[in-house]
Design a protein around this ligand. Structure first.
Ligand code: SF4
Ligand code: SF4
Length: 283
């Protein structure tokens, strides 16, 4: 089963939910936790242990100007505007290239070949006997996060239970992460901004056909508008985490509330059971 943990905006407590859920379920089930927030991965802060690394590379075109006759077909084909053909040279804008390989296929002269270029890496560690942590890390300055997320997802394929911690927002990295999952936990706060972003995140899950439920974090008890929204859109509220300085202070020390408190351990077990219900998994 694959569970995505997402939120329409940053700072809602998405990582808190993903880390505690993985901590609790990995006590009895073989679990892989995948950090898909590749521009700012931080799950490794909660799970120690040595890691092995693998590079993530993407193919980019290289032009042979001796063979090229400047026909301009490659530039005309590239919908991302990554190629400009001039009389005496070709300008290639690597930040715009999406590594689709189309220019190489369309070149009538065979003047384009591909070369791999590193854009990030995957770190893999085993914090406990049943838990594997896969962290995607995008190199600084690299514009495209999705190939790193795709690679991180591929490294988790052998596990029977995978929990993906998505990037905040609703852009391509989130779509790449949530797509193909069996259930999606949407983490929100009961503020006007939180509700606005929950609406967008719920739309993404809906468009991808992934059943979703909601966790309300930092609740001050005034969650009526959020719960009304959830009722209207048939999104079950699976858990409410109160606004509590003790929880924040445990988190800030790199600890997990489910490690320290049997009550929270039970509550995250309950969250997992609800994810199974969402995904239609029989117990
Ligand atoms: S399609 Fe090939 S031959 Fe034509 S401009 Fe591009 S690289 Fe040169
Ligand atoms: S590989 Fe695709 S995106 Fe990159 S330059 Fe060629 S056509 Fe454009």
């Amino acid at each position: 089963m694959k569970i995505a943990v997402a939120s329409g905006k940053g700072g809602t407590g998405k990582t808190l939910v993903a880390a505690n859920l993985a901590e609790v379920v990995s006590r009895t089930l073989d679990t892989t936790l995948v950090d898909c927030d590749v521009e700012e991965p931080n799950l490794h802060l909660f799970f120690g242990g040595p890691a092995t690394s693998a590079e993530v590379c993407v193919p980019v075109p290289v032009f042979d100007l001796e063979v090229c006759d400047r026909c301009g077909k490659c530039a005309g084909f590239c919908r991302y505007g990554a190629i400009t053909v001039l009389q005496d040279r070709i300008l290639f804008f690597s930040d715009l290239c999406h590594s689709c390989g189309g220019c190489m296929l369309i070149c009538p002269k065979g003047a384009i070949r591909e070369e791999p270029v590193r854009i990030g890496q995957i770190n893999i560690s085993h914090p406990s006997s049943l838990l594997t942590l896969v962290s995607g890390i995008l190199d600084e300055g690299q514009p495209h996060a999705t190939p790193v997320i795709r690679s991180a997802k591929e490294h988790s394929m052998s596990s029977c239970l995978v929990i993906f911690d998505a990037a905040p927002g609703t852009a391509c990295p989130v779509v790449e992460t949530v797509e193909g999952c069996d259930a999606c936990i949407l983490v929100t706060e009961s503020t006007p901004f939180g509700l606005h972003d929950l609406r967008l995140a719920a739309e993404v899950a809906d468009c991808l056909g992934v059943p979703a439920g909601v966790v309300i974090n930092r609740s001050d008890g005034r969650d009526r508008k959020t719960t009304e929204f959830c009722t209207t859109h048939e999104l079950p509220v699976m858990m409410t985490i109160p606004f509590d300085r003790k929880i924040a202070s445990v988190q800030n020390r790199g600890e997990l509330i489910s490690r320290r408190s049997p009550e929270w351990q039970g509550r995250f077990s309950g969250l997992f059971e609800q994810c199974r219900d969402l995904a239609g998994v029989r117990r």
